[in-house]
Design a protein around this ligand. Structure first.
Ligand code: PXG
Length: 446
């Protein structure tokens, strides 16, 4: 019988072979699978019935906690009312509603929104808009894109080209031409065990002046950075760094794009990192927490003057030849609107801000445990860097990840860095359990 088979959704599949899993060691996983079959609030349920405390909000996305009733209801009602409608030369009410809600939340004059379905699509959209914007203003020579070493901007060709993590680029050929990179902002020597923003490193933004001198600023369309680099292992921007990038971009007519796929929607206690840092970019890319991870969605928030630059020429001509079948999908919009309501009704950004100090204390309590060479934190994010096992990079962090999972806590690792970012509904007991379990695992592994 066609329909939803709950047995199928909650039992171990007979065949694990066909699914080519993303960003996964497929053979290793399939020998010892970690299978999740349910979730509620702060916990996952594994296939063997164990509850697993979610220390990572899924993949940095379930900011309001799992399976929240108002979001579930909104999705169910919308899919039954209007499952799909195109937004090409047509429309339905929800993306208009959602765009104006996001415009109200966004800092400065970022008051227009282009919808995509993921962070990767949001990034490629923003890069394309940057180049097309300059062209629309008669500056078609501005085509270069500047990213940053250790930056992560998803997996599209644009995103991996401006991205700066070698493992995510090297399998894929020559990438986009005309791209350069700023240095990353991390120094173990100068920043180890800093609480919050490091004092050292604002001068690294001046490298943008060097790239301007090298390429001529009139060839540069945009600079894209994550306000806090997440995926590479939680690099917190030095004090004054983002401000300086903003100044240099403004001076040279270069658009500044903040990739807020992780820092958006409360991760730092504000709607966007831009608000937290008090630096307004020209565009913000976001995804993940926009729908609490329930339905795929990404978005680009852009300044009014960027939108206005496209609104010239005959009114019957399409202004931007870009978009996705699912840009502004009705079910994703319903999920996003319910999510934004929930964030506001429960004051989740404010409530989690009240725990930022507690979170920082808990994270930094790991200092001194075996092989912990750095702890970094900001908002409801922490990175714990481990000394790599000689000749076996990533083994130590992977081992901690597996052991924590066995003990009922989900953590995330990249290289030898553990990244933690629980749902914003986390309370002190959850924070204690996350760091307590991780601490026990690190001690036992010594
Ligand atoms: N930009 C940033 C800053 C991201 O963090 C993307 C773009 C791409 O989003 P999509 O939705 O296309 O995946 C991301 C995604 C990790 C991890 O473990 C981080 C991401 C994805 C998966 C794992 O840190 N970030």
């Amino acid at each position: 019988m066609a329909g939803y088979d709950s047995q199928r959704a909650t039992s171990m599949p007979n065949n694990l072979e066909s699914f080519f899993m993303p960003f996964t060691a497929n053979r290793q996983f399939k020998k010892a699978p970690r299978m999740l079959v349910g979730a509620q609030d702060m916990h996952y349920v594994a296939v063997d019935g164990r509850r697993i405390l979610d220390g990572t909000a899924g993949l940095w996305c379930v900011n309001a906690g799992h399976a929240r009733a108002p979001i579930v209801k909104a999705v169910q009602e919308q899919v039954a009312r209007l499952d799909y409608a195109p937004n090409f030369q047509m429309g339905h009410p929800l993306p208009f509603e959602l765009a104006s809600r996001l415009a109200t939340m966004a800092p400065g004059n970022l008051d227009h929104v282009f919808f995509a379905n993921s962070g990767s699509e949001a990034v490629d959209t923003a890069l394309k808009i940057a180049i097309a914007y300059h062209r629309a203003r008669g500056e078609g020579h501005r085509t270069r894109l500047i990213g940053r070493e250790r930056g992560y901007h998803g997996v599209g060709f644009g995103g991996i080209s401006v991205g700066g993590i070698s493992s995510k680029r090297k399998q894929f050929g020559a990438l986009l031409p005309g791209v350069d990179h700023l240095p990353h902002t991390y120094s173990l020597a100068h920043q180890a065990f800093t609480r919050g923003q490091p004092e050292w490193g604002a001068h690294l933004a001046d490298d943008l002046e060097r790239l301007c001198a090298l390429h001529d600023p009139s060839t540069i369309a945009a600079v894209i950075v994550e306000p806090v680099a997440g995926s590479t292992g939680v690099l917190v921007p030095p004090r004054g760094y983002l401000e300086r990038l903003r100044q240099i971009c403004t001076k040279h007519g270069i658009l500044l794009i903040f990739d807020e796929v992780i820092t958006g929607f409360g991760r730092l206690g504000k709607g966007f990192g831009a608000e937290y840092f008090g630096v307004v970019p020209d565009m913000i890319t976001c995804a993940k927490g926009i729908t609490n991870g329930t339905i795929p969605m990404g978005a680009v928030l852009l300044a009014k003057d960027i939108y206005d630059a496209f609104m010239s020429g005959p009114e019957n001509v399409i202004e931007l030849f870009h978009g996705y079948t699912y840009s502004g999908h009705p079910v994703a919009c319903a999920a996003a609107l319910a999510t934004l309501d929930l964030y506001a009704e429960e004051d989740l950004f404010g409530r989690s801000t009240a725990l930022h100090d507690y979170w920082a204390d808990a994270a930094h309590s790991l200092k001194g445990l075996p092989h912990v060479i750095d702890v970094r934190n900001l908002g409801m994010v922490a990175g714990i860097e481990l000394e790599p096992l000689p000749g076996k990079p990533t083994a130590r962090a992977y081992d901690a990840f597996v052991k924590c999972f066995e003990k009922g806590v989900l953590i995330r690792y990249t290289a030898d860095i553990i990244a933690l970012s629980p749902p914003l509904i986390a309370g002190k007991p959850h924070i204690d359990e996350i760091f307590g379990t991780l601490g026990d695992v690190l001690k036992a592994a010594a």
